[in-house]
Design a protein around this ligand. Structure first.
Ligand code: MLT
Length: 312
């Protein structure tokens, strides 16, 4: 009887609000992606998918929270490259991304953009590089903490031009962008999902995109690589996870809801306008996400360790 009750509860899922945990501030890049998907998934699943922002420590507070949440199908997690990079950035991570989660799907890939405050005295990438090299001790670089892609991109930029700048961490790039707009910080490398409106409005200085090729949403914008930062490439990917032990039928239904959202014309248009592209089909499976996560841990680990940016 117990088994039958459990089985029918699973078939009935979902019967109440589902929480989708976002590890960064509301209004920022991850939140924008999450809310767009959640609106569409709520329609498919017939229950509200509610975005919950759990801030702190570059996304690791939220990951630890989800790792310990009830695996009952009412807590899910969306995170980006930080799910992989945190394993190298933190000496004592309170969870293991390869054993404490179930994998549902990837979602969208998002380019990044290198920006400065509007009155920063460098009008293009060569000027930026020369100015930053000459004034490194005076320049600060905003990010969303160790584990954020803004931190990863900033680190890659510092490495590429051979400087160390003063990091100014925020709990997401939404507050980091506010500080850039207010002129309190100098530089920020941030995702197009947040930066395209600011770039188009001319409220920031913009030096190029971090992708291998130019992007459709900003067709005239050069890549950093084509301007001389050879091989500079950071692309943001997103995974959707559940606590380990979440029943398989629920994971399967959730995967269907994610895929349906990624085909929803409203989601597709909003994402395209913001420079984001739906991940390729092979990544929209649990196995695709898991394999990708492992590869990303192997890719970034040595780069981060060589750079030596660690937290306990
Ligand atoms: C955010 O949503 O604030 C960003 O994804 C943070 C980051 O990783 O740079």
């Amino acid at each position: 009887a117990l088994f039958a009750a459990g089985a029918s509860a699973q078939t009935a899922w979902p019967t109440r609000t589902i929480s989708l945990v976002v590890p960064f501030a509301a209004g920022g890049p991850t939140d924008v992606v999450a809310r767009s998907l959640a609106a569409s998934m709520s329609k498919t699943l017939g229950q509200t998918v509610l975005v919950e922002n759990k801030l702190g420590a570059g996304g690791t507070v939220a990951a630890a929270f989800v790792a310990r949440a009830q695996p009952d199908g009412y807590t899910f997690f969306i995170h980006h490259n930080g799910m992989a990079t945190s394993t190298a950035l933190y000496r004592k991570l309170p969870y293991n991304p390869l054993t404490d989660f179930e994998y549902i799907s990837q979602a969208v890939d998002v380019p990044m953009t290198l920006l400065a405050r509007k009155d920063f005295p460098a009008n293009n990438l060569p000027e930026l590089i020369a100015y930053v090299r000459a004034n490194a001790s005076k320049i600060n670089l905003a990010n969303a903490g160790l584990g954020a892609v803004s931190q990863l991109c900033g680190m890659m930029f510092e490495r590429a031009i051979g400087v160390k700048l003063t990091a100014v961490p925020f709990q997401g790039t939404a507050p980091a962008m506010n500080a850039l707009l207010g002129g309190q910080v100098d530089l920020l490398c941030d995702q197009t999902t947040q930066t395209i409106p600011q770039i188009k409005a001319g409220s920031v200085k913009f030096y190029g995109v971090t992708t291998k090729n130019r992007i459709k949403a900003l067709p005239d914008a050069p890549t950093l690589a084509e301007q001389g930062l050879k091989d500079f490439e950071v692309l943001v990917w997103h995974g959707i996870y559940a606590p380990k032990g979440t029943p398989k039928p629920i994971l399967e239904k959730m995967n269907m809801a994610v895929r349906a959202a990624l085909r929803d014309p409203d989601v597709v248009k909003r994402m395209a306008d913001l420079g984001a592209e739906v991940a390729s089909d092979s990544k929209l499976t649990p196995e695709g996400l898991q394999t990708w996560l492992k590869a990303e841990i192997d890719k970034w680990g040595p780069i981060i360790k060589a750079n030596g940016a660690f937290a306990d």
